[in-house]
Design a protein around this ligand. Structure first.
Ligand code: FAD
Length: 610
């Protein structure tokens, strides 16, 4: 008979565990010597486990079979090891993002060096044309419509490959390395389905928690990865949305697998009153609600409602997940996420405090556009392409913060200007306040500046496309390049602005005048009510006639780009900011053409939608 004989070390640890259990469950204090004595005495009366009837109480000491013990150890290893594996896989998924973001950082940092010009070859251009630059299903900045009520913003093709790798890792790790055994000592014989369900439930639960830090970090305005990788905030928002979806899928699998097990074992009634169970159910309901309320269709129509629901549900989700697992563990993931969240909030408060709450002049300028001019602190410096979140400190709207591009004023020192197109929410409310007098004064606070500056000064040629209210960013770049000392000697800068009517020029008149003092080539396309003869007749236009070329109709971006590709012989940066369709069209043309040019072409999208 092959009986189990523990080593002396195992025996002592067994005795210690026994003493602890006695104290924990019966508050009986016994010493190691007592247990050793009991054990020595009992060993004279050991009975073979396989000889006893396990359905009736046994009052004799039992000796286990070596095989039974080894199988039990094997099954405990499989069961508890699954938690360790899950934790390890969760860390690997996080590391995947570190690697991907480091890759983006390397590519983007290279664009800031002169080496970038040399990264041109047939193979590299092929990869850029087919992988990093193209759109996915023809849209990136414009919403992709699957049905009238099912719209979404798609990543670029390159970003979607990163996401694909991430999905693949999740699927692989969700099902990898389960040790199912026929004669399982913990789940009983023939329990393959039960074992699989339990392992899957635990794996999915831990993987879901492992997403907490990523999810919160990606959504933060002060996410350190933005500065490190030089990726736009909008890209991190796409990553945020997808990691959130994957997290909820894991959580749903965790829930379904546990619910199935409870149903299978008939133990619903026992668990339904447990706090952790109730909190788990609440967490999954909240997780699904967060996803539903964040749907693009709802978000673009009711942005403020989306935001409030997102923050409230997310806080409740945090708390319910914490309570669900407070006795089990894996709280480090939540604590880490909470640390990211609170840091982001504190930095936001600091940024607002740093700007203060100066009085701004808000004036209606033309069409549906108004302009906000506000003095900035001396050491608070904007830069081309940056944006801020503005708070209008009016009792009815002060808590709302909306993103807008800013430019350093061309009229006054240490003043920033924001051009805002009135829409239906906060901007509509400000427009209403302006409707009587055309100008008001209000305290505002700016949180920022945020965003990465496109490294245009490293290119010989720069073309900037702006559509409508998208002009501030490209204008700021153009001026910065033309007036800055870092410009390359042979540089050519071309600014193309597409506007709806001649009137739109009014609101950017001072800036255009400033532009005329530089060597920037400027073209303005006016889509409605414009004829060439108006350039002489209309004083608003005639003042610019020697510096700016006015065209009628939409800018033929594909034609313009092809001409530029022909004309240029060295590095070219293309910057876009305007309607989503225009930006997507330009991305499409660049991706199609990049293989045909033998110098470096880079595209920088300043438009951000999320
Ligand atoms: C980086 C960035 C820079 C921008 N720069 C400018 C600019 O210089 N001039 C300009 O006129 N507009 C700019 N916008 C757009 C501007 O933020 C929105 O038009 C504005 O927030 C609409 O406010 P609302 O309450 O009136 O909108 P609503 O009428 O409620 O909604 C109109 C649209 O704006 C979106 N939106 C509303 N609130 C927000 C928010 N807090 N964050 C993101 N999107 C929101 C909605 O999804 C919806 O699609 C910029 C947006 C971004 C992301």
């Amino acid at each position: 008979m092959d009986l189990y004989l523990p080593s002396s070390v195992d025996r002592v640890s067994g005795h210690i565990a026994f003493i602890k259990a006695c104290w924990k469950f019966t508050q009986t204090d016994i010493s190691l010597e007592d247990v050793a004595g009991i054990s020595a005495n009992a060993s004279e009366y050991f009975v073979d486990t396989r000889a006893v009837n396990s359905s009736t109480p046994v009052f004799v000491p039992l000796r286990l079979h070596r095989e039974d013990v080894q199988n039990r150890i094997r099954d405990y290893r499989a069961f508890l090891g699954n938690f360790d594996d899950s934790q390890r896989y969760g860390i690997i998924i996080n590391m995947y993002w570190v690697v991907m973001i480091t890759w983006f950082a390397m590519c983007n940092k290279l664009k800031k060096t002169r080496w970038n010009e040399k990264i041109v070859s047939r193979r590299i251009n092929f990869l850029r044309a087919n992988i990093s630059l193209p759109l996915l299903f023809g849209s990136h900045q414009t919403p992709f419509n699957m049905a009238p009520w099912l719209t979404t913003l798609l990543p670029t093709f390159g970003d979607s490959l990163v996401l694909l790798g991430y999905f693949a890792l999740n699927v692989f790790f969700l099902f990898h390395n389960y040790k199912i055994t026929e004669d399982n000592q913990l789940f009983g014989p023939n329990s393959n389905t039960l074992q699989t369900a339990r392992y899957l439930a635990d794996r999915a639960g831990v993987l879901s928690f492992a997403h907490f830090p990523l999810l919160v970090l990606f959504a933060g305005r002060n996410n350190i990865l933005i500065g490190f990788s030089e990726l736009p905030y909008a890209t991190f928002m796409i990553f945020h949305k997808w990691t959130a979806r994957v997290m909820v899928v894991h959580a749903t699998l965790h829930t379904l697998a546990y619910l199935w097990m409870l149903w299978y074992k008939g133990s619903f009634a026992v668990f339904i009153h447990e706090w952790w169970f109730v909190m788990g159910v609440l967490a999954i309901v909240l997780g699904v609600l967060i996803l539903l309320f964040a749907a693009h269709y709802f978000r673009v129509r009711f942005y403020e409602w989306f935001l409030v629901s997102h923050i409230v549900f997310a806080l409740l989700f945090f708390i319910s997940c914490w309570e669900h697992c407070v006795t089990f563990g894996w709280l480090d993931w939540i604590a880490c996420a909470f640390a990211f969240w609170i840091t982001d909030r504190l930095i936001r408060i600091y940024r607002l405090a740093r700007f203060g709450a100066p009085r701004a002049t808000i004036e209606h300028i033309s069409d549906d556009t108004f302009k906000v001019s506000v003095k900035r602190p001396h050491n608070w410096k904007p830069y081309p392409g940056c944006f801020v979140f503005i708070h209008f400190l009016h009792w009815s709207i002060f808590w709302q913060s909306h993103p807008f591009t800013i430019v350093d004023s061309v009229l006054e020192d240490e003043q920033v200007t924001i051009y805002i197109k009135a829409k239906d929410g906060l901007t509509g409310q400000i427009a209403k306040l302006l409707s009587h007098t055309g100008q008001i004064s209000m305290r505002v606070s700016l949180e920022g500046p945020y965003g990465n500056q496109s490294p245009c000064e490293n290119y010989e040629n720069v073309i900037l496309f702006a559509g409508g209210n998208g002009i501030p960013g490209p204008f700021y770049h153009a001026l910065h390049l033309a007036e800055g000392s870092r410009l390359l000697p042979k540089s050519k800068i071309r600014l193309i602005w597409i506007i709806r009517s001649v009137d739109s020029i009014k609101w950017f008149e001072p800036e255009l005048k400033r532009l005329c003092r530089t060597k920037i080539q400027c073209d303005i396309y006016i889509t409605r009510g414009f004829e060439a003869s108006m350039v002489r007749a209309n004083p608003l236009l005639s003042q610019f006639k020697h510096h700016i070329t006015f065209h009628s109709g939409r800018a033929p971006s594909a034609k313009i780009l092809h001409q530029e590709f022909e004309l240029c012989s060295s590095s070219l940066a293309i910057v876009t900011c305007g309607p989503g369709m225009m930006c997507d069209e330009i991305r499409h043309v660049v991706a199609k053409s990049v293989e045909d040019v033998d110098y470096r072409v880079d595209l920088f999208e300043e438009l951000q939608v999320w």
